[in-house]
Design a protein around this ligand. Structure first.
Ligand SMILES: N[C@@H](CCC(=O)N[C@@H](CS)C(=O)NCC(=O)O)C(=O)O
Length: 213
């Protein structure tokens, strides 16, 4: 890997996953903001980086990589220590399945572009959008609470932080942001606190810019 550049948005949960992976490995990336509120993700410059018009994008020399889980696995393979995946195949598969509950099934349904579509093209009001968000977040978080009951320890899978935790923490932030009651997920809340207690994790948290856009 060369000098890394992360095309980022401060409140993007997919970008936060990548920031956590970099921080876990003690790696730095130059963060270049792409304002989602200003619509910069649809600018020609960003579409040239990622035709999907989404963040994050990791730039490593000529390599332009989108999709946070692919980026995280690239980081994992480039910097194996400390590992963010278990040593055995079954453990890795379980961690990936928990990560995908968030990354494949929950997060995409609450994305900015989906919320905008519901409002602007489907004529839904704020209450309807909130109902939608709460339903799909609760659906995934309930499944992960059960996953934690079966496989968890201090973290979602055992006592070592993994890719699954990197996906969970930003999703819990989103859930709070949209007013979802989290009392039904005590194991997930404990994992959230365990990640927050890791000194390196603070640098990855969303920090509102002075002039947020
Ligand atoms: N599956 C993608 C999702 C990326 C994604 O949805 N990014 C959001 C921010 S968290 C985004 O760029 N949204 C812009 C929009 O909806 O217009 C990943 O994991 O990287």
């Amino acid at each position: 890997m060369g000098a890394l550049v992360l095309h980022d948005y401060w409140r993007s949960s997919a970008a936060w996953r990548v920031r956590l992976a970099l921080a876990a490995k003690g790696q730095e990336a130059t963060r270049l903001p792409v304002s989602l509120l200003a619509g910069d993700q649809r600018s020609p410059a960003h579409l040239a980086r990622n035709p999907q018009g989404l963040v994050p994008v990791l730039e490593d020399g000529p390599l332009l990589l989108s999709q946070s889980l692919a980026i995280i696995e690239y980081i994992e393979e480039s910097f194996p220590e400390p590992p963010l995946l278990p040593a055995d195949a079954a453990g890795r598969a379980l961690v990936r399945s928990a990560a995908l509950v968030i990354a494949a099934d929950v997060h995409p349904l609450g994305n900015l572009r989906v919320q905008r579509w519901l409002r602007d093209r489907m004529g839904q009001d704020d209450d309807a959008v909130t109902l939608w968000l709460h339903h799909w977040m609760a659906d995934g978080l309930s499944a992960l609470e059960e996953f934690a009951a079966r496989h968890g320890g201090q973290f979602l899978f055992g006592d070592r932080i993994s890719i699954a935790d990197l996906c969970l923490v930003p999703q819990l932030y989103n859930a709070r942001r949209f007013g979802l009651q989290l009392d039904d997920y005590p194991r997930l809340l404990a994992v959230d606190m365990a990640v927050a207690a890791l000194p390196w994790s603070a640098a990855a948290r969303p920090q509102e810019p002075l002039n947020p856009t």
